[in-house]
Design a protein around this ligand. Structure first.
Ligand code: KE4
Length: 424
């Protein structure tokens, strides 16, 4: 079957025909393609097309798809079975690597997704502080956790339900929402509620409304407010972890949180999340402490093998300077084309992360991001896709480059980007 046939059949069995909403192309219109296989920076679709992939499975494929080192590590682990439900050596190796590479990590707990990781961080912060209120920033997406699906980003924003149905009002009211980069609002909230706040959870570089850059001093400001009022600072580094630098956004910014959620890259493409932080906090977790958290497949041997192989590649290749140069090259191509065309296009970039806002205003928070033209993004997306370049099917996501994007891929991508912008 081709993608269209697969999609219409899939819609009979899966809501929207997908297992995750953003994949349905609702943010850009049209029908999604189905992928048959992925190698390096290319996707082979069920329609016989080969696409240059700028989504990279939403972040995990930092070394490209189907990397031989990751594939062989999983194959070797498979010889020993798929799941034990007991402690295994690979979990120890993964925990050691994370504690060595992530500045805040003194102890680690593995999960099966980023959502589980952020959910566990919030519960742990509430258990550690004995407080109920939590703080997040509008547009930040932390997975589909009830208490965090409040003015959330990513697919929640794309589909116009940043406050998801099914979240009880009595729960949502414990979540205070601030505008990102609003120093005064954060200060005033803590003056009013400081003693009741268990934690602030934030994407240090929000990447689920498109990319928003923290203003100079903002991360430090939030860090100081938390310390002053006895609240924990949680960095959701599911995207930025191991993506911006070996030590993620906390290395890149120099700001160290109390807890950190991880995912994506640490799974090497298999389902993995993790959370980590100060030992005195992590030791509140069962079986040592009163905060319960668990998972049948947490630390799964195949997922550990894939993640360990990915982290070994990071140690060996240190890809960050190269990834940043690739991002700069594509940003420059898009910026030049937009100026020649006379179209308003903001392209924020930090390390190798970047996104496109068709907007005349610099985007410093979610409200400004929402003023961006969805129509122009959809036209840009479709034009690129028709020419063989796949960007995220939503204006509220970001672009991911990989170590597998060659000079030829980048030059082809730049050419497609330029022509697509010229055609708007
Ligand atoms: P998962 O539960 O999807 O593994 O992770 C949730 C999550 C948590 N925190 C951040 C900062 C995230 O970006 C995510 C998930 N990212 C989205 C894309 N922006 C995953 C793609 C999807 O939902 O299909």
């Amino acid at each position: 079957m081709n993608s269209s046939e697969l999609f219409s059949e899939s819609k009979k069995y899966m809501p929207g025909g997908v297992n995750s909403p953003v994949r349905a192309f609702g943010g850009v219109g049209g029908e999604p393609f189905f992928t048959a296989r992925a190698d390096g920076c290319e996707l082979a679709t069920c329609d016989g097309r080969r696409l240059i992939d700028m989504v990279c499975s939403w972040g995990p494929a930092i070394f490209g798809h189907n990397h031989p080192a990751i594939r062989s590590a999983v194959a070797a682990a498979l010889e020993n079975g798929t799941s034990f439900g007991t402690p295994s050596e690979a979990e120890l190796e993964m925990a050691k690597m994370i504690t060595e590479m992530v500045p805040c990590a003194q102890m680690v707990r593995m999960t099966n997704s980023g959502t589980e990781a952020t959910m566990s961080c919030v519960r742990l912060a509430r258990g550690f502080t004995g407080r109920d209120k939590i703080v997040k920033f509008e547009g930040c997406y932390h997975g589909h956790v009830d208490s965090l699906l409040v003015r959330a980003g990513s697919g929640a924003l794309t589909f116009g339900n940043p406050d998801s149905a099914g979240v009880p009002e009595d729960l949502a009211k414990l979540t205070c929402v601030l505008d990102f980069n609003d120093f005064d609002a954060a200060e005033k909230l803590f003056e009013r509620e400081g003693g009741n706040i268990a934690c602030v959870i934030m994407e240090p570089y929000p990447a689920n409304v498109g990319l928003i850059l923290p203003k100079p001093g903002f991360l430090e400001h939030v860090r100081r407010l938390c310390a002053r009022h006895g609240a924990l600072l949680i960095f959701d580094e599911v995207i930025t972890g191991f993506r911006m630098a070996k030590g993620g956004a906390q290395e890149y910014s120099g700001v160290t949180p109390d807890l950190c959620a991880l995912g994506k890259i640490i799974g090497g493409g298999l389902p993995v999340g993790a959370f980590c932080g100060r030992a005195e906090i992590m030791q509140k977790l069962a079986p040592l402490g009163p905060v319960y958290q668990a998972g049948t497949l947490s630390g799964n041997p195949l997922a550990m093998a894939a993640g360990i192989a990915a982290l070994k590649l990071i140690r060996e290749l240190n890809p960050y300077a190269e990834l940043e140069e690739k991002a700069k090259f594509l940003v420059a191509a898009a910026d030049g084309a937009a100026r020649r065309k006379g179209v308003d296009l903001q392209i924020p970039r930090a390390a190798s992360l970047f996104s496109f806002f068709f907007n005349s205003e610099e985007v410093s928070n979610c409200k400004i991001a929402m003023k961006s033209s969805r129509e122009l993004y959809a036209k840009f997306f479709r034009s690129c896709l028709d020419a063989g370049l796949y960007f995220a099917p939503s204006p509220f996501e970001i672009c991911f480059v990989s170590a597998a994007h060659t000079r030829e891929h980048l030059e082809r991508a730049a050419e497609i980007i330029s022509k697509s912008i010229a055609s708007l």
